[in-house]
Design a protein around this ligand. Structure first.
Ligand SMILES: [Zn+2]
Length: 268
């Protein structure tokens, strides 16, 4: 089945991964800007990374017949240095104009600190000012519920933010209803260790429904599985779900959300 991988960090993956993703049916992917596994020490480091996301990675994907899009921001893990955050935020608008950039992301919270919240609010303001869509990272494990609540509070207090143009990612059983009930889109991340398994993702879809929700691998430089969305498809079928159910989650829903930005073209 043709499908979309809406959250993956391909700068950390090999060409073999591109090959396997193409063979498993991926026709388009989106790559949010995030933490590189180490803290960058200047805005120039981010500038190079943003060029990689907007110029180099789309070319690399094209070789495998995959359309590559991105999201640009300073990620929450590097938000503690407020002076650096200010410098990076000043260059973000240049990259948002790239023909394959779909919006601001992945912004959000990591440890729910005061500085992270301040930098998150600055990104939300930037997205509002420039009428950008938003992709949001929620914290891991014990920080997730509180962080998700804080994020929703900030978004709801901003009159210019339309929840249907915001996806809140890495939801689990205890945060999916919170996100969906407030009108946002929800993303589920399938991870071998922390986060969701394919079986839990099917459980969540069976209880929360299939509207405004997508699935991704969020594969990056750590232990992760770029083919997690393909494995979800097998699990959903094993549980007796029809092709239409699977297709809605892995193709139609991402197209509906991403297609709100006219830069996103559904691959032929
Ligand atoms: Zn990510």
């Amino acid at each position: 089945m043709r499908y979309i991988e809406p959250h993956i960090h391909m700068v950390s993956r090999t060409t073999d991964d591109y090959q396997r993703l193409a063979e498993s049916g991926v026709v388009a992917m989106t790559e949010p800007a995030f933490w590189a596994g180490f803290d960058r020490c200047s805005a120039d480091g981010f500038s190079d990374y943003f060029r990689q996301l907007t110029v180099y990675e789309p070319r690399r994907a094209t070789v495998f017949g995959i359309a590559h899009y991105c999201w640009i921001c300073l990620n929450p893990k590097e938000a503690e240095d407020l002076a650096l955050a200010k410098d990076v935020l000043s260059i973000v608008p240049d990259y948002l104009r790239a023909p394959t950039c779909l919006g601001v992301g992945e912004i959000g919270l990591n440890k729910n600190s005061r500085n992270e919240l301040q930098v998150f609010e600055a990104h939300v303001q930037l997205a509002a000012d420039l009428n950008q869509m938003i992709l949001i990272h929620t914290p891991h494990l014990e920080d997730k519920y509180k962080g998700t609540r804080l994020i929703i509070d900030v978004l709801q207090n901003h009159s210019a933010i339309d929840p249907t143009r915001v996806i809140i990612d890495h939801v689990e059983e205890h945060t999916a209803p919170l996100v969906l009930d407030h009108g946002f889109w929800a993303g589920m991340t399938l991870y071998p260790q922390t986060k969701c398994t394919p079986a839990r993702a099917v459980d969540i879809l069976e209880t929360c429904g299939t509207d405004r929700i997508w699935l991704n691998s969020a594969a990056d430089w750590g232990v992760s599985d770029p083919l997690a969305v393909a494995k979800f498809q097998l699990e959903a079928r094993r549980r007796g779900h029809a092709d239409a159910f699977v297709h809605k989650i892995v193709f139609e829903n991402p197209v509906r959300f991403l297609g709100q930005n006219p830069k996103f073209q559904v691959p032929a």
